[in-house]
Design a protein around this ligand. Structure first.
Ligand code: IMP
Ligand code: MG
Length: 179
């Protein structure tokens, strides 16, 4: 399936299932090495990251703690609102933990920056960030995420957990908006 229609928009295949899995295996290996002998706490940022996080932990050999949170998101639009006001669902004590924030996509970086600042007072021993996709041209902050699956152009993408107006999350590949 090279093209898919989601609601009013047409998307074309951009990253195949094979390519995504090959890269996630590499990321898993990198994390296994980085955290060898430790038991990191993964903080998965819902909803978009749920498939990426599931595959990542399956490919990792290390045992990890898993936590799921939400922050306010895009809604139905295709542009970041730039406004985040609430962190939902964090019930874990992160004191002294080695934390890995798991994101599906980092665009402007507003969400990730806000999240790191919000988690800071929790007394974690370290915080790393891993994102499957990184829109480097849209990124507004100085320090990029620590571990990046794919740097992509500033196109709107869906699939593999990512949505357009809550559609397309179950696609096995990643598709970009057709121009
Ligand atoms: P940021 O705060 O601008 O970095 O935006 C991050 C959030 O916007 C992500 O966690 C996604 O929920 C959403 N987002 C950004 N770009 C896309 C995209 O191309 N497709 C789907 N969601 C996106
Ligand atoms: Mg997200």
């Amino acid at each position: 399936m090279e093209e898919v229609q989601i609601r009013d928009k047409v998307f074309v295949k951009y990253l195949s299932e094979e390519k995504i899995h090959k890269r996630i295996k590499e990321l898993a290996r990198e994390l296994d090495i980085l955290f060898r002998g430790k038991r990191p706490a993964l903080i998965v940022v819902l909803k978009g990251s749920f498939i990426f996080a599931a595959d990542l932990v399956k490919y990792m050999d290390l045992d990890v703690e898993l936590h799921f949170i939400r922050v306010s998101s895009y809604g139905e639009a295709m542009q970041s609102s730039g406004q985040i006001n609430e962190l939902i669902g964090l019930d874990a004590d992160l004191q002294g933990k080695e934390v890995i924030i798991v994101e599906d996509i980092v665009d402007s970086g507003t969400t990730l920056d806000w999240l790191i600042r919000t988690l800071e007072p929790k007394g974690m021993s370290s915080v790393r960030t891993v994102t499957l996709l990184f829109k480097e041209d849209a990124y507004k902050f100085a320090i990029p995420p620590d571990i990046i699956g794919f740097s992509i152009p500033n196109d709107f993408v869906v699939g593999y957990g990512l949505d357009y107006a809550e559609g397309g999350r179950g696609l096995r590949a990643i598709y970009k908006l057709k121009d």
